[in-house]
Design a protein around this ligand. Structure first.
Ligand code: NOJ
Ligand code: CA
Length: 691
């Protein structure tokens, strides 16, 4: 890393006539983004952001309110300014691409109060071509030791009334439908679309992140955070009149403060991804780059995989998690059926939910602490036999730990539970946190739970276990540091289509998710429902997409564990299943071909382990034609392609399973128009012709 002193020199030069330096700035490597720091007339620390010389974040102040001591938000002076530049290319063990470029210019502003206490805080800004990140660092100092943070006062003052895709700043759950409104019309409490979830925790007019917005010029901004460690999740309070956002940390009913820390410490990064085109947001690796490199070393024990599961059948009501109903899903026999099917169709794993005792008493019970022990199977499920049968067929079992949000029991049981997994050679667990957190008064997104989720990942790593958490904390790029954080839910998943009283996820859901939630990290959405209307199980519900849209999700939505979610009998004899059998789960590179937030998106990804490419495109409730340009393919190569597209009269409501499969020959000069039905999509597999 070489020092980047010319900025510092510039400012020292500019302010040489003043007694004190009060400004500093840093630019992205391509010079398009500029962050300007300033101590304002009131002595507050402020920053503003320019994109191509246009102001996009107006002067916004930075600071803290504490308990038991004065706030730290004014009367600052700069004690030093330094700058540096950084450039690296690092490799993802698995992911959307193999190599990731990380280039930024950094500015560190060391601040001190002018009063007697002389408390200190450093502000660290990083400017990359795809956006900015900044964090507070509290250095070792005499008058600040243990801090109880009542609130973080980080502002983001906007310059116009953006169109915003948002979910409410719920302290417990991210499983909301996205709202599309003007910033000035955000009303998180009344527009909180929260079907079928009894408890809501939305104390403010605030939104959760990532929150994405588009301005009049077409510029897109997405606000989020990176490296959320030992701190509370940040929601963004919305001032609709003044077009301002301000951090509101998630709290707890058990304490009047939000976060407890001991100096020295660093906050998570506050991030703004900045893109001229919506598709560039998906390309951005800002969140990952702001995290530290892999700390776990060898990870050869985990391999990205597709998986089937004893899962959708419970959500449809065909079977149950508990045994008492007489319709138990997780039986030895049923598990073997899934293993056989997976072995036959190139699917590496089977998730089995409802395998362990306790499901008679898991949800809605105040005394549910201790109901699951994560080691005792129901009597009709022979864990050892199932695992051995899978091994014989080359299929792994994915363990399931539904904690019912009883976190203290889970913490106590983890060593035993993970050791059982290790002894059986099971390397992946899906965890779940349904319901209000025990201990009472804690929220899913507060500091207590952030620590619980992170500690679980670190402990699991010791047993060579990877975690796919449901009802998780938001993804903040920690998968770079702890790659066994493989995937998570953290959105309204496919399950809502099975039972939500509001009719499930509308067609626009995933065309929004790709530009919002997906910017945070991998998603266990559980695609691949073929029996879209499932009238034999539920007349009132259906999946609100076409079948071709379901196929496309294997490419559009990234996860290193990708579920083949439907009942296996629904795949039998369907030629469209070939795509799921063929599609890769680990990628060498990704090309976002086109898209607009909430309307449509097309992504092409190249398999990490072959020369094959896969393309997926989805649309909202509007039909449309997308033009595909295959110039991303290797030159001088002919590809044998299979196109899976919506049938002539396909429509997500009336004719969702109509699909047309065509064989094509494609080269890097091919252009192709594909028609997508209402709620539709398409998928393409491309294999180089080696003949
Ligand atoms: C909610 C999860 O999202 C779902 O996938 C799971 O089946 C249930 N909890 C039961 O653990
Ligand atoms: Ca869930």
């Amino acid at each position: 890393m070489k020092y980047f002193n010319f900025l510092t020199l510039l400012f020292i030069g500019l302010f040489a006539s003043c007694t004190k330096v009060e400004n500093a700035s840093v630019q992205s490597p391509n010079g398009h983004i500029n962050i300007a720091f300033k101590i304002n007339a009131e002595g507050e620390a402020t920053y503003q952001v320019f994109y191509k010389d246009e102001l996009i974040i107006k002067p916004s102040s930075l600071g803290f309110e504490f308990e038991e001591q004065q706030p730290l938000n004014g009367k600052f002076e700069i004690i030093s300014i330094s700058g540096s530049t950084f450039n690296e290319t690092w490799k993802m063990r698995w992911g959307e691409q193999f190599e990731v470029e990380n280039s930024y210019n950094k500015l560190v502003v060391k601040l001190q109060e002018k009063n007697d206490k002389k408390r200190k805080v450093n502000l660290v800004f990083k400017a990359s071509d795809d956006g900015i990140g900044f964090r507070y660092e509290f250095p070792e100092q005499r008058n600040l030791k243990d801090v109880l943070i009542a609130e973080e006062n980080t502002e983001f003052n906007l310059t116009e009334d953006y169109t915003v895709w948002w979910i409410p700043g719920d302290w417990d759950i991210y499983e909301h439908l996205y709202n599309t409104t003007k910033f000035s019309e955000i009303d998180a409490k009344s527009k909180a679309n929260h079907a079928n979830l009894a408890q809501t925790s939305i104390p403010n007019n605030a939104v959760n992140t990532p929150v994405t917005m588009r301005g009049k010029s077409g510029l897109h901004l997405s606000f989020h955070e990176a490296a959320l460690v030992d701190y509370s999740g940040m929601t963004l309070g919305v001032d609709t009149e003044n077009l301002k956002m301000k951090s509101i940390l998630v709290g707890s009913d058990n304490t009047s403060y939000k976060v407890k820390k001991t100096v020295p410490f660093k906050t998570p990064w506050r991030t703004i991804q900045i893109a001229e085109k919506a598709t560039d947001l998906i390309d951005s690796k800002l969140i990952l780059n702001l995290n530290e490199p892999n700390r776990l070393g060898d990870l050869s024990w985990f391999k990205p995989t597709k998986y089937t599961g004893i899962w959708w059948e419970m959500h449809l009501g065909k079977s149950t998690w508990d045994m008492a109903s007489g319709k138990h899903g997780a039986t030895t026999e049923n598990a073997k059926r899934f293993i056989d099917f997976s072995a036959k169709h190139n699917i590496g794993a089977v998730l089995i939910e409802g395998w362990n005792t306790g499901w008679e008493h898991w949800i809605g019970f105040e005394d549910r602490e201790g109901v699951f022990d994560f080691v005792t199977p129901y009597s009709d499920y022979d864990l050892n036999e199932v695992v051995a049968y899978g091994k014989q067929k080359g299929v792994n079992i994915i363990m399931h730990h539904e904690t019912s949000a009883a976190t203290e029991t889970y913490t106590k049981q983890q060593d035993t539970a993970f050791a059982l997994m290790e002894s059986l050679g099971i390397h992946t667990v899906k965890t779940g946190y349904v319901g209000k957190i025990l201990p009472k008064g804690e929220y899913h997104h507060g500091q207590y739970m952030v620590n619980h989720y992170n500690n679980t990942v670190e402990k699991a790593a010791k047993y060579k276990v990877a975690i796919n958490a449901h009802e998780p904390i938001k993804a903040t790029g920690l998968r770079r540091t702890f790659p066994n954080t493989i995937s998570r839910e953290g959105l309204r998943g496919q399950e809502f289509n099975a039972w939500a009283s509001d009719g499930g996820n509308p067609p626009e859901h995933l065309p929004i998710v790709a530009f919002t939630r997906m910017l945070a990290g991998p998603i266990d959405y559980t695609p691949g429902i073929f029996n879209i209307q499932f009238n034999e199980y539920k007349k009132e519900n259906q999946v609100n997409t076409t079948l071709a849209h379901q196929l496309a999700l294997y490419v559009v939505i990234y996860s290193p564990v990708q579920m083949v979610a439907d009942l296996i009998e629904h795949y039998q004899g369907n030629p469209a299943f070939q795509f799921i059998e063929d599609v890769a789960v680990d990628w060498q590179k990704t090309e976002v071909l086109n898209g607009e937030v909430g309307e449509y998106v097309t992504i092409a990804r190249k398999d990490r382990n072959s020369e094959n490419w896969f393309v997926g495109g989805i649309t909202d409730e509007n039909k449309r034609t997308v033009e595909l340009d295959f110039s991303f393919l290797s030159p001088n190569t002919t590809y044998e392609a299979i196109l899976y597209k919506d049938g002539e009269n396909a429509h997500y409501k009336t004719n969702p399973t109509s699909i047309k499969i065509e064989k094509l020959t494609i080269t890097n000069t091919t252009k192709l128009n594909v028609k997508l039905a209402e709620g539709g999509g398409f998928a393409i597999s491309l294999k180089p012709n080696t003949k």
